[in-house]
Write a protein that binds this ligand. Structure first.
Ligand code: PEP
Ligand code: MN
Length: 332
């Protein structure tokens, strides 16, 4: 249940109710919310007079659901609004990893040329082997901040573990929580305590229910600005790196109030399939696309096989525009 209480509710009553219903208390500027486990379906009689509204749920998908908020949340991505009634699809491009100043200069120049609004690049990389490039760390964050300053392009970068969450939050405009960190509660809770947008990627072995419940860890800490990112799940198929779950996206669009970003690059794993898959993602009518683009993919220090080169992305971008138009969306 989500209970809505008056902002001036007596703290003693608030505490008693929260304890009785095992509720998480979320202090909002205009009201107090209590999120209880979804097994509770009724307000105890003695507390009824303090409750302005009670919403009952079938599952623990609560704050992220359309039952709680029927409209998709509007989120300010460093000056660019997505979700809500905007009908905008934010195209976020950039390399898998920050590798050098020249690489990020070229990325920023491509973004400027195409009139896009946000760049991506990881500096703390959650790799599948300890013997591969782990990212530039703080040095990479500083480099991204320098490029942002020079070109006026905000960035999203990922947090790998709890040791550097605060550092990433300090530098970045939007935080990416990677697929392998989707279950890391220390990261989720810390990201819940900031107001910066959080792009939460679906773990590749998780159900949609587990995915949305991970988002509830962030939302229930008070951060309203969560975006879900589908990036492919593991199936029996091995010809592509993962399988992009577009059916899951259709479900999320129907039942969740969180904006959705699709990442065709990590799902496909090979550059040859990324343009077709991106067009399919565009046709899904989502709030954003995350595409890995590198000035020289063959030399990339991570995810070399799936990154598009700049010419390849430009060609793809041209073909996305009519699809956006056909479904009444604007590419930004
Ligand atoms: C990435 O975006 O570069 C990345 C590591 O993605 P994922 O967490 O989806 O594997
Ligand atoms: Mn990558």
């Amino acid at each position: 249940m989500i209970l809505h209480l008056d902002k001036n509710t007596d703290p003693a009553i608030k505490n008693r109710l929260a304890k009785k219903l095992e509720a998480v208390v979320i202090e909002k500027p205009t009201e107090i919310l209590m999120a209880t486990p979804s097994k509770y379906k009724e307000v105890p009689e003695e507390f009824e007079k303090y409750i302005e509204k009670a919403q009952v749920f079938d599952t623990d998908m609560q704050l992220s659901s359309r039952h709680y908020k029927s409209e998709t949340r509007e989120i300010d991505m460093a000056g660019t609004l997505i979700g809500g009634n905007t009908k905008k699809t934010l195209v976020i491009i950039g390399p898998c990893s920050v590798e050098s100043e020249e690489q990020m200069e070229l990325t920023a120049q491509l973004i400027k040329k195409l009139g896009l609004k946000m760049m991506r690049a990881g500096s703390f990389k959650p790799r599948t082997s300890p013997y591969t490039f782990q990212g530039m760390g703080l040095e990479g964050l500083k480099l991204l901040a320098k490029i942002r300053e020079k070109y006026g392009i905000p960035f999203i970068t990922e947090v790998r573990d709890n040791s550097h969450v605060d550092m990433v939050i300090e530098y970045t405009d939007a935080i990416q929580i990677g697929a392998k960190s989707m279950y890391d509660h220390s990261i989720l809770r810390k990201c819940g305590k900031t107001n910066k947008p959080v792009l939460l990627k679906r773990g590749f072995g998780t159900t949609i229910q587990e995915f949305v419940q991970a988002s509830e860890f962030i939302l229930s800490e008070g951060n309203e600005n969560v975006i879900l990112c589908e990036r492919g799940i593991r199936t029996f198929e091995t010809k592509s790196r993962f399988t992009l779950d577009l059916c899951g996206v259709a479900w999320l669009k129907q039942y969740s109030n969180l904006p959705i970003v699709l990442d065709p690059s990590h799902a496909m794993g090979y550059a040859f399939g990324v343009p077709d898959l991106t067009r399919a993602c565009m046709a899904m009518g989502v709030d954003g696309l995350l595409i890995e683009v590198h000035p020289e993919p063959a030399k990339a220090r991570s995810d070399a096989s799936q990154q598009l080169n700049h010419a390849g992305f430009e060609e793809l971008f041209t073909t996305l525009k009519p699809i956006a138009k056909a479904i009444g969306r604007e590419l930004i």
